[in-house]
Write a protein that binds this ligand. Structure first.
Ligand code: FRU
Length: 618
């Protein structure tokens, strides 16, 4: 009998252990089980997830620092769609739901390709996402984050940028938006959908338009086709948007149920150009009896104007923009409309042109041109070197108006962020909100030029709740005079006041909290400016471009009326007659509790300081 010494036995037992480990590992590599799911780890960057006992959602764990994984959704073994998601590697930031209901009765398998730099499958198996990948019949969208706006429109979860396709019909305002349902950073553009009867309470609806073979769904507009010019039916809602695949082209989708669901037109694209063109915006031009579409030729820094009798066949009529206004970034998200000039019976045409970067304080901003439109060509009244801004803050972009609004109203809304830091703001399960809805018209400035007057839509007044804090009138000197802001609802409020600067050179209005975080607005009479300083407003260091002072021209006047709207992460300032608007995000770690007034020299008077608490509307 062979005698085995300890020494010789070791390699034998070693082999047994290693072999068993390999067997155990292989079982793991082939298939791991999480209730109702079978996960096959096929390679360092390739896994398959089979859904065995489907529920409403598959919850995907996301880590924002992880690279994007591509998920191909196989339905009965055929690819139905693909999307990108940052599947968690080291830690889980939040979960996003993948909707399985749409595939009821079918077999769903996710074919997942991760982009991690690693060479072996065992590392892939250790990714944080697998343990928490779960089937569920519920998804908690009651977002409780401290910076979630309480009265501004924002998505329930996921990333949002531009407002899209807004139209009014049968008593409802519809608002679509650039939406990533699979994470709180830009990607996978869909049209998310909300609607409202009063522009302030928003109902959230299922996704309206999803990516298809032509690409993801970028920005665009909708019209109500009252006379059935397109042949989809009287009163059909027609949306035209940019399909963003390898190139950008314009696609049509129509809705026969007032914008709740859309059918993508089978002969898309309806406009194809060999330049990067996007964000089509349409309206009916009464005088020429045609539809007009304005398209951003982003890199040419031009707006191209098309006409059509039927919303399907478009003829290019002209272009506007070469050398005009701000030119330091791409031109995007146009709008063209005829507006009344305040106090006259005149009207003028206004072309809105969002630009990124190249805004007055860096990054994104909305400029506009005033002129005439004859059904083919837009002619600007002012010299090319003149730039007019719609809002003097850093967080007002992709501003566009509602189509078919009642009483010939022109109401706009803008994305309340800036491409410089939109992906990094300190929120998690959702990112970004829209500004308050605003009505616009023109007024003649002291220099004889026409400017946009931007005022909060009157519906906003209905947000006021409870008894207002009426602080009456008082005078302020170099020592600040402070008044309390409401404590309820995280301090969200509207502040109204009239400033009489008297002998002051600068008047400072400060919103602050117990951590001495503060947003300071300054009416500078010597320099004829109004500014907002958010450099010490709260969290600011998440991006180097966030701390900023934004400045609007504001001629010295005997009286200045101001309206300030404070939500959990924004301050919007409006001059009483809308002569300027200024929108800035702020992230105070505690709500602001105090408003105070002080001057640099002399004294000023404050009349009728009134602070309204606002209702929680989200
Ligand atoms: C503007 C924009 C649009 C584009 C969309 C993509 O913010 O860049 O030009 O359609 O965002 O999400």
């Amino acid at each position: 009998m062979k005698h085995y010494s300890h020494r010789t036995l070791l390699p034998f037992w070693g082999k047994v252990i290693v072999t068993s480990l390999i067997i155990i590992m292989n079982i793991g590599i082939c298939a791991a089980q999480s209730a109702g799911l079978k996960i096959h780890y096929l390679g360092a960057n390739h896994s398959l997830v089979q859904v065995r006992e489907p529920q409403k959602y598959l919850l995907l764990p996301v880590e924002e620092a992880a690279p994007e994984a591509t998920v191909n959704v196989l339905v009965n073994n055929k690819t139905d769609r693909s999307f990108q998601v940052r599947l968690a590697v080291n830690r889980i930031d939040y979960l996003v739901p993948f909707d399985l209901e749409q595939y009821k009765g079918k077999t769903v398998t996710l074919d997942i390709h991760t982009g991690n730099s690693r060479a072996n499958v065992r590392d892939a198996m250790a990714d944080a996402c697998w343990k928490e990948l779960k089937l569920s019949d519920t998804f908690d969208d009651a977002n409780r984050e401290e910076f979630r706006p309480l009265y501004h429109h924002s998505p329930l979860y996921g990333w949002m940028n531009d407002p899209n396709g807004m139209f009014y019909k049968d008593g409802e305002y519809h608002l679509y938006y650039q939406w990533n349902p699979y994470g709180s950073m830009w990607g996978n553009m869909n049209w998310g959908h909300s609607s409202s009867k009063d522009l302030i309470s928003w109902q959230h609806h299922p996704v309206a338009i999803q990516p298809n073979g032509l690409g993801t769904v970028f920005s665009g507009s909708s019209v109500v086709d009252k006379d059935n010019t397109a042949g989809f039916g009287k009163g059909a809602v027609i949306a035209i948007y940019t399909s963003a695949g390898a190139s950008q082209m314009q696609s049509l989708a129509y809705s026969l149920d007032n914008g709740m669901t859309f059918h993508v037109y089978e002969n898309n694209p309806i406009i194809a150009a060999d330049k990067e063109c996007r964000d089509p915006n349409m309206f009916w031009h009464e005088k020429s009896g045609k539809w007009i579409l304005i398209l951003a030729a982003a890199l040419e820094k031009e707006m191209w104007i098309y006409s059509s009798p039927n919303l399907k066949n478009w003829t290019k009529e002209s272009s506007f923009g070469h050398g005009y206004g701000a030119q330091d970034g791409v031109w995007e998200c146009p709008d063209l409309m005829e507006l009344p000039v305040r106090g006259t019976d005149r009207t003028k045409w206004v072309l809105i042109c969002n630009i990124n970067p190249g805004g007055p304080f860096g990054g994104s901003a909305a400029q506009y041109f005033v002129g005439d439109f004859d059904g083919k060509t837009f002619t600007c009244d002012t010299k090319p070197e003149i730039t007019k801004w719609m809002d003097y803050g850093k967080d007002h972009y992709a501003a566009v108006s509602w189509s078919n609004a009642p009483e010939k109203r022109h109401t706009v809304i803008a994305w309340m962020s800036n491409w410089q830091y939109a992906n990094n703001v300190p929120t998690k399960q959702f990112r970004s909100a829209n500004t308050l809805p605003r009505d616009i018209e023109l007024y003649e400035g002291g220099d004889g030029e026409l400017y946009l007057a931007v005022t909060p839509a009157p519906e906003v007044n209905a947000l006021r709740a409870g008894k207002a804090l009426k602080y009456g009138s008082f005078s302020a000197g170099t020592k600040k005079v402070s008044r309390k802001l409401p404590a309820e609802n995280s301090g969200i409020c509207e502040i109204n006041l009239e400033l009489v600067p008297r002998s002051a050179g600068k008047v400072y209005i400060t919103l602050s909290n117990d951590k001495d975080e503060r947003t300071v607005v300054t009416y500078d009479l010597e320099n004829s400016t109004f500014s907002m300083d958010r450099t010490a407003s709260g969290l600011t260091d998440f991006n180097k471009d966030f701390p900023a002072i934004t400045v609007a021209p504001c001629p010295a006047k005997a009286k200045l009326c101001l309206r300030l709207f404070v939500d959990r992460c924004s301050v919007e300032a409006f001059e009483g007659d809308g002569r300027f608007a200024m929108t800035n995000l702020v992230f105070p770690q505690h709500p602001y509790t105090t408003v105070s007034v002080a001057v640099d020299k002399g004294r000023c008077k404050v009349n009728d300081l009134t602070v309204n608490s606002l209702k929680v509307n989200n």
